[in-house]
Write a protein that binds this ligand. Structure first.
Ligand code: GLU
Length: 261
């Protein structure tokens, strides 16, 4: 049996548009061509914007297109659950592990503080990125602030100076860490950030090839950093070109007319 395992991982926050459908199609074709497995994973960590109705509709849209999946929230599978909202305990385990091994730390910077830092960098013509201020907080200070009711976000420490991957579409790709501040992996409300949940899930679901839109290229170095911190081998990455609307901007929920339905 082929070890190729790919996934389509939509967020059920709106209707599927032709751009998402094209990403799903490439994944499905690759899985079927290689005799591999096509996984449907629902990325519904944004509880406010995710709706069961959108999830139902996206499954209907995929079926209408003739794209069937081998594992997913409705059909099950050995490496589920396949809805991120049902995987909180798994994420929690890995956050604790990263904190314990000092690859992640609590950050109490307020939105205002971060915005001020950003503006300052822009004014000085620097690329804005998180300064790493909270890296230096001692365990005692963290404990005190948490006891006082501050939750804090969790950030991953970026130690590498650059990241490299051989993209299956773009070819050899290198990104300097100068443009990457320590990314948030858990938000202060306790929700796992996309870059974190996606790595845990892609690894545990044994995804061999991450095939997605090139709007995610800037996330890939952050995800590679997480694979490294967890001692995991990253999958292959293939970033597809994205379809643009007639106004030359990326398709989005705004281009309502292009929803699959
Ligand atoms: N939920 C993400 C999206 O819809 C998935 C991105 C990815 O494939 O990694 O954009």
């Amino acid at each position: 049996m082929s070890k190729v395992r790919v996934r389509f991982a939509p967020s059920p926050t709106g209707y599927v548009h032709v751009g998402n459908a094209r990403t799903a199609l490439f994944n499905w074709l690759f899985a079927r061509h290689q005799g591999g497995t096509f996984v449907l994973r629902i990325e519904d960590t944004d509880a406010e914007r995710s709706k069961p109705e959108y999830e139902r509709q996206l499954m209907e849209d995929l079926r209408w297109l003739g794209l069937d999946w081998d594992e997913g929230p409705d059909v099950g599978g050995p490496l589920g659950p396949y809805r991120q909202s049902e995987r909180s305990a798994i994420y929690q385990e890995y956050v604790q592990k990263l904190i314990a091994q000092r690859d992640a730390y609590y950050c109490f910077c307020s939105a205002e503080q971060l915005e001020a830092e950003r503006q300052e960098a822009l004014k000085e013509g620097r690329q804005p990125r998180y300064s790493g201020r909270c890296r230096k907080l001692s365990a005692e200070v963290v404990a005190q602030r948490q006891a006082a009711g501050e939750h804090g976000a969790v950030r991953l420490k970026i130690n590498e100076s650059s990241f490299f991957w051989n993209d299956r579409v773009h070819g050899p790709t290198t990104v300097s860490s100068e443009v990457i501040g320590d990314p948030v992996i858990v938000r202060s409300e306790g929700l796992p950030a996309y870059n974190f949940a996606v790595v845990i899930d892609d690894h545990l679901m044994e995804i061999s090839h991450v095939i997605r839109g090139d709007d995610h290229i800037s996330n890939t170095p952050r995800q590679i950093a997480l694979y490294r911190a967890l001692g995991w081998e990253p999958p292959e990455f293939a970033h597809l070109s994205t379809i643009l609307g007639t106004d030359r901007t990326r398709l989005s929920k705004r281009h309502g007319a292009t929803s699959m339905e």
